[in-house]
Design a protein around this ligand. Structure first.
Ligand code: FPP
Length: 242
């Protein structure tokens, strides 16, 4: 039987997919459960989707796990998400030798608890040589904050006399960002039916295609990923040309 997986044109597989994992709270609410259960289910979905994207041959997956604005949530909810992250990182560290994917964190890490920063350093070292998918987890990430920090790096070079303001290029700005070492996403998926970008990769999405999937993130499956990729592949990308 032909499945959606077979419909994917491997020649046009996106190199980089970015996902706004939205809807954990609503998923929990529908079940009369506290929000943290939604985030737990969301973390399980993240593991499934990471495996599916890796199997498919996607090279980069960037996921929005915690934004610079998410600190405004209750202390309990923030702690719940941070604890999930702790156990996610611990699980990877414990079975690092069997893992295939490379993990790094984008975002402003200094505001994260010291133990989380330590686990991040560990995981980035342990996974550095893995051959599979590059999973970039956006934590305390904001697109504007990314651009601000990038511009500050460039401004320091100008201040030091190493660079002239007129010589600043788009490539230099791209490279100054947290994502500077990998390509921009061809495809951005947001779940839960919301249709906004919420300060995710602002500079990097200049030419991205968007797919807004109505499923809540904990309900999102491997098949949904295949479907969203097929939907993206059936669009005509012109980059402003004809
Ligand atoms: C958005 O749903 C989701 C988040 C703000 C958190 C995303 C976090 C995870 C999927 C788990 C992270 C875990 C690891 C291991 C990286 P929402 O709470 O805004 O949902 P709602 O809009 O329905 O309230």
């Amino acid at each position: 039987m032909k499945t959606l997986r077979d419909e994917i044109d491997m020649e046009k597989l996106p190199v980089h997919i970015a996902i706004i994992m939205d809807g954990n709270g609503r998923w929990a609410k529908k079940r009369f459960l506290p929000r943290k259960f939604g985030h737990k289910a969301g973390a399980d979905t993240l593991e499934n989707i990471t495996k599916a994207a890796d199997k498919l041959g996607v090279k980069h997956l960037t996921v929005y796990a915690f934004s610079t604005e998410n600190w405004k949530r209750t202390e309990e909810e923030v702690k719940g998400i941070m604890d999930l992250l702790r156990s996610y990182l611990d699980r990877y560290i414990a079975k690092a030798d069997k893992e295939n994917i490379k993990i790094d964190i984008i975002g402003e890490k200094s505001r994260l608890d010291a133990d989380i920063q330590e686990k991040i350093k560990k995981i980035e070292i342990l996974s550095a040589d893995k051959p599979g998918l590059n999973l970039h987890i956006a934590l305390n990430y904001g697109g504007r904050d990314d651009i601000l920090r990038g511009i500050q790096k460039i401004a320091k070079k100008v201040e030091a006399g190493e660079l002239k303001a007129d010589d600043i290029t788009e490539e230099m700005i791209s490279e100054s960002l947290d994502t500077g070492f990998y390509p921009d996403p061809e495809l951005v998926i947001r779940t839960s039916g919301e249709e906004r970008i919420s300060n995710f990769l602002l500079w990097q999405i200049a030419y991205s295609e968007f797919v807004f999937n109505k499923k809540l993130w904990p309900d999102y499956t491997e098949e949904d990923l295949y479907e969203d990729i097929c939907y993206y592949q059936n669009r005509d990308r012109r980059f402003g040309g004809r």
